[in-house]
Write a protein that binds this ligand. Structure first.
Ligand SMILES: [Fe+2]
Ligand SMILES: [Fe+2]
Length: 388
């Protein structure tokens, strides 16, 4: 469903899209009221709205759709917007595209996002993915980051290093850097690039005005230990960089993999919010059958945390390479990666982290995938390559 008070623009776009590969039923509404009335009667998968419209504007419409119809994917297609309007729209929408928009790009974005979202089997999980605006930081790392920010004698590089140790803040930063507000047409895969694009001064001022923290994630109710989860992600990110160096992987690939590693288990948080009982059942099954946790999740919920994390990051507009590395970090053979890339690096580093920490997780490497890449498939080799 397209919503725009200037229907000429979207009618042309809708016509062009209807001729493309994947067929879609497209409707055009000329006001938010009309769109909301239609939503009461029709099944809608995706809404693409303009921001400036009379009476109810785009952000109000997005807010309404977000709370009443979480299964509907929310896209913004807008021209110039005031910074505060854009920031609010970027928070409420899944994807933000600017006019004039390349029809093929819009079509691809809709098709890819729908494909990931439709893979999610449990309605509660889908609802959480659709509504989640951010995930919580570790109290200790957030406190450290804020302390450094408020200390004028601390060099900016040190603040950047501290930021990279906080996966929750990093995810928010990447989400922002990949929105069109900052005028970058490509995708920003690494935190270094995100910091370079936004500029440390901008990040500091956003943090100071609380824009970086304006998202308040819901409290975690299950027995999820946030510190343990984020420490593991930061550790895997460190191992990915070491692996990349040892295996002589290009720097750009290592950086993308480092970002993906930082966020690779973010799907576990979605599960902790959406399905704490199912997660407990999966943990019991994993322990009883000595199977990896992700496999038990798959049996119990129909999806595992890697797929769920990939879907969340896709909805947040993160680049495909990061989304795929997160989604397939337990099943790298599905990636089709023919050289050592982000998926493979995160997969090996994750197994190494569990083995090093002796955390009781059943660790298994995807031997068929490693063989196909002519890489050793036994864990001992990798443990010796990266000794403590
Ligand atoms: Fe995982
Ligand atoms: Fe992990």
């Amino acid at each position: 469903m397209f919503v725009d008070d200037d229907p000429m623009v979207v009618r042309g776009l809708a016509r062009a899209i209807s001729t493309m590969g994947v067929k879609m039923n497209i409707s055009v509404r000329t006001s938010a009221q009309e769109a909301l009335q239609a939503l009461e009667k029709e099944v809608v998968d995706v809404i693409v709205t303009d921001l400036y419209m009379p009476n109810i504007d785009g952000t109000a419409l997005l807010n309404e759709v977000r709370s009443r119809y979480p299964a509907v994917l929310r896209f913004v297609l807008s021209g110039e917007a005031k910074p505060e309007v854009m920031m609010e729209a970027a928070r409420l929408a899944h994807q933000y595209l600017s006019k004039p928009c390349d029809t093929a790009k819009l079509h691809q974005s809709i098709v890819e996002t729908m494909a990931r979202f439709s893979m999610i089997k449990m309605p509660e999980v889908a609802k959480t993915i659709s509504q989640l605006e951010g995930v919580p930081s570790r109290q200790a790392s957030l406190a450290e980051f804020l302390r450094l920010l408020n200390d004028n004698t601390v060099p900016l590089e040190q603040i950047a290093t501290s930021l990279k140790k906080d996966p929750a803040l990093s995810a928010r930063l990447l989400k922002m850097a990949n929105s069109p507000y900052f005028g970058h047409s490509g995708s920003i895969e690494s935190l270094d690039d995100a910091i370079g694009l936004l500029g440390m001064d901008m990040i500091v001022s956003m943090a100071a005005t609380h824009k970086l923290f304006s998202v308040t994630p819901p409290p975690l109710s299950s027995n999820m230990n946030l510190d343990t989860l984020w420490e593991h992600c930061v550790f895997v990110s460190t191992l990915v960089r070491q692996l990349g160096y040892k295996l002589k992987v290009p720097n750009a690939v290592s950086r993308e993999a480092g970002t993906a590693a930082l966020l690779h288990d973010i799907g576990k948080l979605v599960l902790a919010y959406a399905a704490p009982r199912a997660i407990a059942a999966a943990q019991t099954r994993a322990a009883a059958d000595h199977m990896p946790g992700w496999q038990a999740e798959y049996y119990v919920l129909g999806n595992h945390h890697a797929e769920i994390g990939g879907c969340l990051l896709k909805l947040w507009g993160l680049p495909t390479s990061v989304v795929e590395a997160v989604a397939m970090h337990h099943t790298p053979h599905r990636s089709g990666e023919e050289n050592i890339g982000p998926v493979t690096l995160v997969h090996i580093a994750d197994a190494l982290a569990h083995a090093r920490n002796k955390d009781g997780a059943t660790v298994c490497l995807d031997t068929a995938h490693l063989k196909a890449l002519n890489l050793p498939e036994n864990l001992d080799y990798w443990l010796e390559l990266l000794p403590d």
